[in-house]
Design a protein around this ligand. Structure first.
Ligand code: GLN
Length: 548
């Protein structure tokens, strides 16, 4: 802790040297926006000059989100250090504008793994290992360690799901214990609930919130602040009722907003941070939210609306591609346009179908994916984009598909493919690197996390990044096969970014095309509202520029 920290965070009359802890819990039902609330709180603390370490807790037993199905669980987000985690971490990174690490993501699986490993090593000295104190102790240690290692002034911990969930009980108990152990006003509880609207007159109902508060109290936690989701602002009467029955001083409205990014400015205006400052007994400060206001203005103001096609098999689940959509939003705001999506289901999509689906769109994204379903249709889409000068951005599998398409249709390598689709392909233009072979355990065998790339001067990719050396995050098993690079380059593909060793192709582009760029990485994980990703920026700019 820096001396500066003591000064700014010191509570009058108390020589506090420890960080402050804010827990965000949810009641009534999940999906009310705890992630956005927690991110907004973190942004507003940082906008006051403090530093924040967010932690997202997920009650599931998976050690990480790597093997979870995106249809069920939404996107698997990847951090620089290769942690595969819940998509909420993506929100934190986007809101806070900084990169997080494995300590910011906590699951029951991770805690249990640690406890059991300790038990096997005999670290409990013959004691009976129990939920309390050992599991709760491990959770508290994790939270305190994150505070210490990050040096943050505040740890904002979001407990996923709702307080009634069985799998959350140990986390809630750990939070309760931390509150009772910490000196002074070091811990605040913010509880997000629902105020439903009933009947034709649209009456707001406080009862579910009252029940939810009771449930929390039953677990030994008195919430300090209630944030209530409802379509509209809360009626005064409802606020009074919740205050009285829930024994809380602060009740904050959380109505529908046009964009999640309105969260920080909205909550600031509603006094959420004053409530937190009161609860934690810290000096009231002004927040600097100017950049956020500017971003929201440009996000909501775009004049022209682009139609962006996206291929994929998770077409029924928007959440599987959240980071891509967010990256498009950031880039659209910067380019003063809006965008709407056109989903292209590629299973059994012929070239003629692709032509029909894509004529009239402004650009196409072929995102990451696994398996063979829909791959031929995606190849048809890329071919259409290449032949018709339609802006194309390929992400991970999208780059592999672009390579296959070029190999087949331009280099004449009939039957070119990836072994992921056809193990017997005569031209494995995509393959598994020797170093990756022999690893067959599904959890954690991919090229994961941040890897460097060197960009070739004079290429579009180099121009967009404006740098020679960059890093991007990865999550894949296969790579472009070095044996085919010459053949592809001879016919015009430029591998504009490679690994420093030169054997991994990280970016490709076609120079004569308006915008034909693909990367083996997942740049969508690094776009921020206040700092749009250069590839998405370039793609959106190309889509919004008239065909010349
Ligand atoms: N399936 C491909 C691979 O494993 C691409 C993965 C991805 O798009 N994330 O290499």
């Amino acid at each position: 802790m820096t001396p500066k920290h003591h000064e700014k965070n010191n509570v009058k009359g108390q020589s506090s040297t420890s960080p402050k802890y804010i827990f965000v819990t949810g009641g009534v039902m999940s999906g009310l926006g705890k992630g956005i609330l927690s991110s907004s709180i973190s942004v507003l603390l940082e906008a006051r000059g403090y530093t924040v370490a967010p932690i997202k807790i997920d009650g599931y037993l998976n050690v990480d989100a790597g093997t979870m199905n995106p249809i069920e669980h939404g996107e698997v987000f990847v951090l620089d250090d290769g942690t595969e985690c819940d998509m909420d971490l993506g929100n934190y990174e986007r809101f806070l504008g900084k990169s997080l690490n494995t300590e910011n993501s906590l699951t029951t699986g991770r805690i249990m793994q640690r406890v059991i490993q300790k038990e096997r090593r005999g670290e409990y000295l013959g004691k009976t290992v129990q939920m309390i104190p050992h599991v709760t102790g491990e959770i508290k240690q994790w939270i305190k360690r994150t505070a210490k290692n990050s040096g943050a002034d505040f740890v904002v911990t979001e407990i996923g799901g709702t307080v009634g969930d069985l799998e959350n009980q140990m986390f809630i108990e750990a939070a309760r214990e931390l509150h009772s152990e910490e000196p002074g006003k070091n811990v605040a509880f913010v509880h997000l609930t629902l105020v439903p609207v009933m009947g034709v007159v649209g009456e707001q109902k406080s009862k579910p919130t009252q029940h939810s508060i009771k449930e929390l109290q039953h677990l030994g936690i008195q919430p300090d602040i209630i944030v209530a989701r409802s379509e509209k602002m809360l009626d005064k009467k409802i606020i009074q009722k919740i205050k009285l029955f829930g024994d809380v001083d602060h009740v904050i409205s959380d109505p529908d907003l046009k964009s999640i990014y309105e969260g920080p400015v909205f909550f600031e205006n509603e006094g959420l941070m004053t409530a937190i400052e009161d609860t934690l007994g810290i000096t009231k400060k002004e927040a600097n939210t100017k950049d956020w206001k500017n971003f929201i203005d440009s996000l909501l103001d775009g004049e022209k609306t682009l139609t962006i096609a996206i291929t994929g098999k998770y077409t029924q689940l928007h959440d599987a591609y959240t980071s891509i959509f967010e990256s498009l939003s950031h880039a659209s705001a910067k380019n003063k346009v809006r965008y709407k999506l056109k989903w292209v289901e590629t299973t059994d999509l012929s070239y003629d179908d692709a032509k029909k689906a894509l004529s009239g769109v402004d650009g196409i994204i072929v995102p990451g994916g696994f398996g063979s379903r829909g791959v031929e249709g995606k190849i048809n889409c890329v071919r259409y984009a290449r032949e018709n000068n339609l802006p194309f951005l390929g992400l991970c599998y999208g780059m592999q598909i672009a390579t296959i398409e070029y190999a087949r249709n331009v280099c004449g390598l009939n039957g070119a493919n990836t072994p992921e689709v056809d193990e017997k392909t005569p031209h494995p233009v995509i393959h598994v690197m020797e170093s990756q072979k022999g690893i067959d355990n599904l959890g954690g065998t991919m090229r994961l996390g941040a890897y460097p790339a060197e960009l070739q001067k004079g290429t579009l990719v180099h121009e967009l990044y404006g740098k020679d050396n960059i890093t991007e995050r990865h999550r894949h098993r296969y790579e472009v096969n070095p044996e085919y690079i010459k053949a592809l380059e001879n016919k015009g593909i430029i591998f504009s970014g490679k690994s420093p060793s030169g054997d991994l192709m990280e970016f490709l582009e076609l120079p004569k095309h308006r915008f034909f760029v693909a990367t083996q990485a997942h740049p969508e994980f690094k776009s921020r509202p206040l700092l749009p990703h250069p590839l998405f920026d370039g793609f959106v700019r190309a889509c919004s520029t008239k065909k010349g």
